[in-house]
Design a protein around this ligand. Structure first.
Ligand SMILES: [Ca+2]
Ligand SMILES: [Ca+2]
Ligand SMILES: [Ca+2]
Ligand SMILES: [Ca+2]
Length: 320
């Protein structure tokens, strides 16, 4: 095939522009791997796929002593991150000026969020996802929320929006950040659902606990506030006989059983993305993992959306 001079000029120009686009996006985005490992003992508590968000410090998921807002309630009761993700992407926050509610935030730049894992992360297992973030103030602070299983509305989360600073990763002072979550005394009851094994979630992971809830949102309203959990299952209704002995390893506040908390989160700086196409794929990955993470009662088989939309390539990028 031959080209006229003008065609050659046009092709050269297009190539140069494409290269510029790729170079620009490569310089702006930072790829991070976020891994969650369940550190609990055999028969210990599991966590639902972990919702994570990167923001400018303006997203506060909860305050102890205040009521839980809608997205936190949904993930704390059903492990479903759809609402918290939507509110996060809409630049909202759940606490402002010492009051809980649905408030617009003053987020500067674009928030990034997504999920780690697509099913319960049980003791001895881990899950990871890749994220493309902007390494400046807009994505400087890391937040996480995940339901503790089995429970009616227990969760782990950072209530302080500026607890986890990624600036040391951005500046390359360190290549990874690692911290333990769900340490004794820090697990929270959302105060939205009465603690009851007849309507709790995650029971099927623990034979002998009964079937628990059969659809999302099942359980009596508690009308309470976010509060740290004391004796984990002491106030659960419909406790099976021999609960204390048969399910002893569920006591997440026992520091002998959980010396390092329930889980460890590790955020690692991976590499500069190869092209703007890769950036787009991974940015969407978080969204589709939301679909893939939905429990069976939502009518979606795990991985359905992921396979349908991205095929094997997306799987290799986002999951292990
Ligand atoms: Ca807070
Ligand atoms: Ca509820
Ligand atoms: Ca409760
Ligand atoms: Ca429930």
């Amino acid at each position: 095939m031959s080209y006229s001079l003008n065609q050659k000029t046009l092709l050269t120009t297009l190539f140069t522009l494409t290269s510029l686009t790729i170079t620009t996006s490569a310089a702006q985005a930072l790829r991070l791997k976020v891994e969650v490992e369940n550190l609990g003992p055999d028969g210990g508590v599991a966590v639902t796929p972990v919702w994570v968000g990167f923001h400018d410090g303006s997203f506060d998921s909860y305050d102890g002593g205040l009521p839980a807002e809608r997205g936190l309630e949904q993930i704390a009761e059903d492990g479903n991150p759809m609402l918290i993700s939507q509110d996060f992407q809409d630049n909202l926050t759940y606490v402002q000026g010492g009051v809980s509610g649905i408030f617009p935030s003053d987020q500067v730049g674009t928030r990034v969020d997504g999920m780690i894992g697509n099913s319960a992360i049980i003791p001895g297992t881990s899950a990871m996802s890749m994220f493309e973030i902007t390494p400046d103030d807009s994505n400087r602070w890391f937040s996480y929320v995940s339901m503790v299983l089995p429970s009616s509305d227990y969760y782990i989360a950072n209530g302080n929006p500026v607890e986890w600073d990624l600036m040391p990763l951005f500046s390359e002072a360190v290549s990874s950040l690692s911290f333990n979550v769900g340490l004794s005394g820090t697990i929270t009851d959302a105060g939205t659902e009465i603690n009851d094994f007849n309507t709790s979630a995650g029971n099927l992971l623990y034979p002998g606990l009964g079937s628990g809830q059969t659809e999302p949102g099942q359980g009596e309203a508690e009308n309470g506030v976010n509060e740290n959990v004391g004796d984990p299952y002491a106030n659960f209704l419909n406790q099976p006989p021999n609960f204390a002995t048969d399910f002893a390893n569920l006591d997440f506040n026992n520091e002998t059983l959980y010396p390092d908390g329930i889980a460890r989160i590790t955020i690692t700086r991976v590499s500069v993305p190869e092209s703007s196409t890769t950036v787009g794929l991974i940015a969407m990955g978080g969204v589709f993992l939301l679909g893939a993470s939905l429990p069976k009662e939502f009518g979606l088989k795990p991985g359905f959306l992921r396979r349908k939309v991205f095929g094997a390539r997306f799987k290799s990028l986002s999951q292990k």
